[in-house]
Design a binder for this molecule. Structure first.
Ligand SMILES: Nc1ncnc2c1ncn2[C@@H]1O[C@H](COP(=O)(O)OP(=O)(O)OP(=O)(O)O)[C@@H](O)[C@H]1O
Length: 250
């Protein structure tokens, strides 16, 4: 079976500091995979290597069986490797429907020419409505983003990412800054994304990790310390000592 995403010997150094140490990682289609580890373990760096925001010092990244190691970030997005952002990157004055429609038009290369291709624009409006329905945002589809609760704004970030038709979706702390009353809903929505879409998420809240991840990778000092099911990870004495027992946020 072709993996959705795979890294082999992926390495990143900043001068003499090795932040990613020969990481071998595999993400099958449909994965719900959490990347955890103490602060400074290299989780965000790993995601930045996957997206191409940072060039790798060594190693290889394959997306759907093809080597993408030397591709630019935008080329990776076009092939289906999409990231949602930790920092709120939405236009506050636009409505969710407008934001998702814009992303669809951008994807299809029809931004700025909708008056010439009204058919494409109408299709984009319909597709935006469908994405918002899928993420339970229909009721607020036409409300300016700045008026939405923070949790719904984070769900909208996922909706905008879906407009890019990801095969692999990378989520860097999707629940950061959200009250716990709203983060469960965010993860419900994430958990209900299409079954064939592979998800890799960084999350510090262990309750959310153990509830939604089907596999977990523990990164410590840039290297994979453990990988397995939530049961494997919670029973692993090294993980307990190094991460869950002390040094982790929670
Ligand atoms: N551009 C950079 N130049 C030098 N060192 C860097 C750079 N970016 C990250 N680092 C270092 O790499 C290490 C890993 O950082 P990274 O942000 O990837 O960790 P993290 O696991 O995501 O941490 P956190 O949980 O706090 O977000 C840290 O020691 C950090 O200081």
């Amino acid at each position: 079976m072709t993996l959705a995403l795979q890294t082999s010997g992926l390495t990143k150094s900043f001068g003499s500091l090795k932040v990613t140490q020969s990481v071998d990682f595999a993400l099958p289609a449909g994965a719900r995979h959490a990347l955890i580890g103490p602060n400074g373990a290299g989780k965000t760096t790993f995601i930045n290597l996957l997206t191409g925001a940072l060039p790798a010092s060594a190693g290889r990244i394959d997306l759907l069986g093809e080597d993408i190691t030397s591709l630019r970030p935008d080329q990776r997005v076009k092939r289906g490797l999409v990231r949602t952002f930790q920092i709120n990157s939405l236009f506050p004055q636009l409505t969710p429907h407008q934001s998702v429609t814009l992303a669809i038009c951008e994807r299809d290369g029809v931004t700025g020419q909708w008056w010439r291709r009204t058919g494409a624009y109408t299709a984009a409006l319909d597709e935006a409505s469908a994405i918002l329905a899928q993420l339970r945002l229909t009721a607020v589809a036409h409300t300016p983003t700045r008026m939405l609760p923070y949790g719904q704004q984070r769900i909208l970030e996922v909706a905008v990412s879906l407009a890019l038709r990801p095969r692999v979706l990378l989520l860097d702390e999707p629940a950061a800054g959200i009250p716990s009353s709203e983060s469960a809903e965010l993860f419900e929505v994430i958990g209900n994304l299409p079954a064939d879409m592979a998800l890799l998420f960084i999350e510090h809240d262990m309750h959310l990790v153990f509830r939604f991840a089907t596999r977990i990778t523990v990164l410590v000092a840039g290297a994979v310390m453990a990988e397995g099911t939530p049961e494997d990870i919670s029973a692993n004495p090294d993980v307990k000592t190094v991460y869950l027992g002390k040094g982790g946020r929670r």
